[in-house]
Design a protein around this ligand. Structure first.
Ligand SMILES: [Zn+2]
Length: 173
């Protein structure tokens, strides 16, 4: 169960790991605890380590470019806060049979690429309505201009507790 948020040396969110793994990083002096919980401390030999809710790596880790560029449904929907970028409805407001889809602002059939700057989250109704049209033809413009999320970690928000969220939200949009 991933429960500790790992930040890069720059404080950029990197990943979630198990608390045990985070404690190992701290004991090996590869990470420092940024937010710890003393009530759930780990005891190892003579040392007591607070439960690591947020740790920061002491050395900078390069995030592979492909990991940032790759568009996935999970990340895209998280970037757009699970909200259709045309009608503005959150997926919790969807009727039965409606779902979130990937919508190409410049349609694939017109040479649009599947890249962060050209895809938005749309409900299936809006996606069907826009079909193979450009925004100006369909008179449908995304609420937020699509762009690459600054950091892949936006998806972590769903799993984060309130303390961890504070460290994530700074990096979003
Ligand atoms: Zn919609």
């Amino acid at each position: 169960m991933p429960e500790s948020l790992v930040l890069n040396a720059t404080y950029e969110p990197l990943c979630f790991v198990s608390a045990r793994r985070a404690v190992c990083l701290v004991l090996k002096e590869k990470a420092q605890i940024i937010e710890g919980d003393n009530e759930r401390a780990f005891r190892a030999e003579k040392i007591i380590v607070p439960f690591p809710r947020v740790v920061r790596l002491l050395a900078f880790v390069e995030v592979p470019r492909w990991a940032k560029r790759h568009v996935s449904r999970t990340l895209l929907f998280a970037r757009d806060r699970y909200t259709c970028q045309y009608c503005g409805r959150h997926y919790s407001e969807f009727k039965k049979g409606e779902c979130l889809t990937i919508e190409h602002v410049k349609p694939k059939s017109r040479g649009g690429l599947t890249e962060w700057e050209n895809v938005v989250t749309a409900c299936n109704a809006c996606n069907a309505r826009k079909a193979d049209k450009l925004p100006m033809e369909a008179k449908m413009y995304p609420i937020n201009t699509p762009r690459e999320p600054r950091y892949i970690a936006i998806v972590f928000l769903a799993n984060a507790d309130d303390v961890q969220k504070r460290w994530l939200e700074y990096w979003i949009r």
